[in-house]
Design a protein around this ligand. Structure first.
Ligand SMILES: [Zn+2]
Ligand SMILES: [Zn+2]
Length: 355
């Protein structure tokens, strides 16, 4: 819907929801959200607005209520429930976009989560997540100054939560880890290697506290650490981290195989991030260890298992990798080695699952 500037109440200026510039368009349904251009409207629409327009309309329709104190309180609670739902949807959409590396698309969703969380409570720890998502998205786009601003806000809120005695809560510990990771990624982009290392080390500490040092989440952190040392040409240290990742994932996926839930496994939220990690590891192992090294074999076997969690359509790729791993193990260790037998058994199981 085109905005008629003359129709606006005197002194009221409409601003674009995304960039804050003067707006020329308004969503005809909720009549609340405005945009400078069709381009910004379209970005917001797919990122988040189509999912929350109805909720915004509900919020609008109950602006004010007159009645008893109790009625007013109930009304306030209803409004806050709507706001909370918008925040949750915003966080969910932004997280999903980031896991696909769609940084631009993540921003409007995270901004809406931030806006409505501010209406709810801007000092609550729930506001840290939208700030972190905005920090991550801007780092991904190379807008590093903006990223640093958002991450600093997140840091501030976390510090004030910790001062009020919440520091031991599990949620705060997990947020701490995420904050350090985002700062680490940002510093890495800026070639501030020493600071990046300190941030990743802190991430490893907090993520380890939150999910255990041998968890796939912690492995994500070791990956950033490995990349840092790899960039600094400290290859040996880098591979200590990389090998650790392979070990963690192999044992995690093996448990799924034993439980018989590998192919039916619910894909973890960070699946595409993990896939990207494995693809990078494959390149690095091939370049540094060679395609026939036993370490590359263990990596291929792990990637094969991971591919199976992504669904049936990835089984043929998994089979190729298991075949490669098997050949490597056969040459390196011989036929009777447990690794060789493992790969052989997996090949049989995968072939059967294909027919
Ligand atoms: Zn705009
Ligand atoms: Zn709308």
């Amino acid at each position: 819907m085109l905005l008629n500037s003359l129709a606006a109440p005197k002194g009221v200026k409409y601003h674009c929801e995304l960039c804050g510039k003067q707006a020329t368009l308004m969503c005809p349904n909720c009549r609340t959200v405005c945009y400078c251009t069709e381009a910004h409207r379209d970005i917001d629409e797919v990122s988040i607005h189509k999912k929350i327009c109805g909720l915004i309309q509900e919020l609008q329709s109950e602006k004010e209520v007159f009645g008893s104190a109790q009625q007013r309180q109930q009304h306030q609670e209803r409004m806050n429930m709507l706001r909370k739902r918008i925040v949750d949807i915003g966080v969910e959409q932004a997280t999903a976009a980031l896991s696909r590396q769609e940084y631009q698309r993540a921003i409007p969703a995270a901004l809406q989560a931030l806006k409505y969380q501010k209406e709810l409570d801007s000092n609550d720890r729930s506001i840290v997540t939208p700030y972190l998502l905005l920090g991550e998205a801007h780092t991904g786009l190379g807008k590093l100054q903006r990223a640093e601003e958002f991450l600093s806000f997140a840091k501030w809120v976390l510090i004030s939560c910790e001062e009020t005695g919440e520091s031991r809560s599990q949620a705060i510990i997990a947020l701490r880890g995420r904050l350090h990771r985002q700062f680490g990624k940002l510093f890495l982009f800026q070639d501030r290697f020493g600071e990046a290392e300190a941030e990743f080390a802190a991430d490893a500490y907090y993520s380890g506290l939150a999910t255990g040092p041998e968890s796939p989440e912690a492995a994500q952190c070791y990956f950033h650490m490995g990349n840092l040392f790899y960039l600094r040409k400290q290859r040996q240290v880098a591979f200590q981290f990389y090998d650790k990742i392979v070990e963690i994932w192999q044992s995690y996926l093996r448990d799924l195989v034993v439980a018989g839930t590998l192919t039916g496994h619910e894909t973890p939220g960070f699946a595409s991030e993990t896939k990207e990690m494995f693809m990078k590891l494959e390149t690095v192992y091939n370049q540094n260890c060679g395609q026939n090294h036993s370490s590359t074999g263990f990596l291929q076997l792990t990637i094969a298992l991971f591919m199976c969690t992504l669904g049936q359509e990835h089984v043929s790729d998994a089979l190729d990798r298991v075949g490669q791993a098997h050949d490597i193990f056969l040459q390196s260790f011989g036929q009777d080695h447990p690794a060789t037998r493992d790969a052989a058994n997996l090949r049989v199981a995968l072939t059967q699952s294909q027919v």
